[in-house]
Design a protein around this ligand. Structure first.
Ligand code: ADP
Ligand code: MG
Ligand code: ZN
Length: 617
């Protein structure tokens, strides 16, 4: 079926083109064919230059004795034939008698071609009328049920391909699947639960960072249970017109009631479910109405009716508490980042149909990708396949996957960008500085790869990878992160005697870490074990603006002092390390200038010492 929206858009584009053509036609027919002036025409007659002429349809065509404007023919569009006749007829007669004008002809036909003149106007009028009709028909609902369709929920049911999604397609999320298994059982056999008088949760909220597979899990629940799946995105409720959101919610639940058992899936529910009464600026009234309607509808159907509402969000902290109370979304399933085993399984799922070379170790890839979400890993396998195809390989090799891994982290290489030599040198020392400092620090993750090929925003990069997944970070670890981040800047100053903006991002991140350590993690001895955060990580405009800081100016100044002190200490430590390892720094930088990239083993060879065994954190 054709999408009515595209059809509408096409109609409008077509109308716009027709109007443009008409406008061009009107404009052209108004402009004179020849820039002659009436006075010039009269002059020509008086100076006896005209040999013969005709007037037809108010167009005066003259044959001249001598060329004017480079031609012996001149054309003039008469504004008023009668005027011309009055002005010149006597003269023309005289000259004709004398033989100066050889011949002349008046076809003073006043009836111009009315159709040609009127047609564009009629067209424009018709088009404007048509547009007006379209708009009023839309707004007033005169064209049948247009308006009511507008407020209908734009639900999507699953395509055939999505229907086949089951828990087997969701890799690694074992706990999450277990939690949802109960919902599946209920949807398959509600009788079992109603007989026991058990109340099945009406709503389950899937919470987790973007790309961790929340949408996928919801589809898998429907696939496992083999029931209907109505999905809608939170942003579908938020429309230009007031009241549409609420009526879409009503409609959604009505539709669901018609096809039990089924799952209603509301993706990105935070778009409508934000805490009420916190918004700044317009539009939140509409959202509140929508949310109220959602609450009403969720209360409206009784438990065990065969409808389960799943919703997904990555910001559970901004949701309205009313949504989370029992009887609504009383159950939350946290969908977290996959661990190393989970990552390997996700990689297996997404390399299923792809030919892998013998050297590919998915466990190795999983090891090198801490912090990747399922979506990142899917992206990685796809990038790997694209790279293999670009190189005309039959199989995806480990090298492709490694390259893809960095591409996913940092964006594609920009090999074509021409970099001046002094800038390359600066980048080489900057990255070498990071790497040497990381290498020297006992608790820092080992250096995995260094590159001075620009990627995305960065001029170069040094990647260090943890040897295992980390669930918390020690104070010493964080301090060393700061030292390593300053390594680039310190190396620039030491070797080149000048500093650059290239370290701006490093310094920003170092400062952020220091600030968190002092103000949120209670890691500063001077400030004490106190946290000054409200618990809301990101700025939630409505709140922070009205709440303000919860601590005094004095404390704020102390925090700033402490952050500055920590950064200064770290910088000193950084300089010390680089001074002691100056020759290593130079060799790494020179290697980078020659080869652009450096793997872990190349790095270890160049610095010529074994990695220090990490002390326990
Ligand atoms: P979310 O809704 O949490 O933002 P999605 O469910 O849309 O994330 O996931 C995006 C893609 O990432 C999925 O289509 C899938 O290809 C991949 N993916 C995410 N998590 C997993 C997983 N656990 N197993 C397999 N694939 C996954
Ligand atoms: Mg999603
Ligand atoms: Zn840097």
């Amino acid at each position: 079926m054709k999408n009515p929206r595209t059809t509408n858009a096409l109609t409008f584009i077509f109308l716009a083109i027709v109007m443009l053509v008409c406008a061009a036609y009107l404009w052209r027919s108004n402009s004179p064919a020849e820039p002659l002036e009436y006075s010039e025409v009269v002059q020509m007659f008086k100076q006896e230059k005209v040999e013969s002429f005709t007037v037809s349809d108010n167009t005066l065509t003259m044959h001249l004795r001598e060329a004017v404007h480079g031609s012996t023919t001149a054309v003039y569009e008469l504004y008023d034939f009668d005027l011309f006749y009055d002005d010149l007829n006597d003269l023309v007669r005289q000259q004709a008698q004398k033989g100066i004008i050889a011949s002349y002809e008046y076809h003073a036909d006043h009836s111009t071609n009315w159709l040609a003149i009127l047609l564009p106007y009629v067209l424009v009028a018709l088009i404007l009328g048509g547009m007006w009709y379209f708009m009023t028909a839309r707004a007033s609902g005169a064209g049948g049920d247009r308006m009511s369709r507008f407020s209908e929920a734009r639900t999507h049911t699953l395509s055939e391909k999505d229907k086949a999604i089951t828990f087997a397609d969701v890799a690694g999320a074992d706990e999450e699947k277990e939690e949802l298994q109960e919902i599946v059982e209920f949807l398959k056999d509600p009788q079992k639960y109603t007989d026991l008088g058990a109340r099945i949760p009406k709503g389950v909220l899937l919470v987790g960072p973007p790309g961790t597979g929340k949408t996928l899990l919801a589809k898998a629940v429907a696939g496992e249970a083999g029931v209907g799946f109505l999905s809608i995105s939170g942003s579908d409720f938020v429309e230009l017109y007031v009241g549409v959101g609420a009526s879409r919610v009503r409609d959604l639940f009505k539709e669901a009631a018609k096809s039990t058992p089924c799952i209603i899936f509301i993706d990105e529910i935070d778009a409508v479910g934000r805490q009420r009464g916190t918004g700044v600026g317009g539009g939140h009234d509409e959202r509140e109405q929508t949310l109220n309607q959602l609450l009403v509808e969720m209360d409206g159907f009784s438990a065990n009716e065969g409808v389960v509402v799943l919703a997904a969000t990555n910001r559970v902290d901004v949701l309205d508490p009313a949504l989370l109370r029992p009887g609504r979304f009383d159950r939350q399933v946290y969908v977290g980042l996959p661990d190393i085993k989970g990552r390997e399984e996700i990689l297996k799922v997404h390399t299923r149909g792809k030919p892998l070379a013998e050297d590919v170790e998915l466990s190795e890839v999983a090891k090198g990708t801490p912090g990747f979400t399922g979506a990142d890993l899917e992206n990685l396998t796809n990038e790997g396949a694209l790279l293999a195809a670009r190189r005309n390989q039959k199989f995806i090799t480990m090298a492709d996957l490694k390259e893809a891994e960095i591409k996913v982290i940092a964006g594609p290489e920009k090999k074509s960008r021409v970099i001046p030599e002094h800038e390359r040198r600066l980048t080489a020392f900057h990255e070498a500085g990071h790497a040497i400092v990381m290498h020297a620090l006992p608790n820092h993750d080992p250096v995995n790869q260094i590159s001075i090929v620009p990627r995305g925003q960065a001029g170069g990069m040094t990647i260090s990878l943890p040897q295992e997944d980390r669930s918390y970070m020690s104070k010493r670890y964080l301090e060393e992160q700061i030292v390593a981040l300053l390594g680039g800047r310190a190396a620039e100053r030491m070797v080149l005697g000048d500093i650059s903006t290239g370290a701006g991002n490093d310094i920003q991140r170092a400062t952020q870490i220091a600030h968190k350590m002092v103000a949120s993690y209670g890691m500063s001895e001077k400030i004490g074990t106190v946290s000054f955060e409200s618990g809301h990580d990101e700025v939630f405009i409505g709140r922070t603006m009205s709440q303000g800081r919860s601590y005094s100016e004095q404390i704020a100044a102390q925090i700033d002092d402490e952050v500055r002190r920590m950064i200064a200490t770290a910088y000193d430590q950084c300089e010390e390390i680089l001074k002691a390892r100056r020759s290593q720094l130079e060799s790494v930088a020179n290697y980078l200038l020659a080869h652009e990239t450096m793997t872990r083993s190349e790095f270890l060879t160049v610095v010529g010492d074994r990695a220090p065994t990490p002390a326990q954190a």
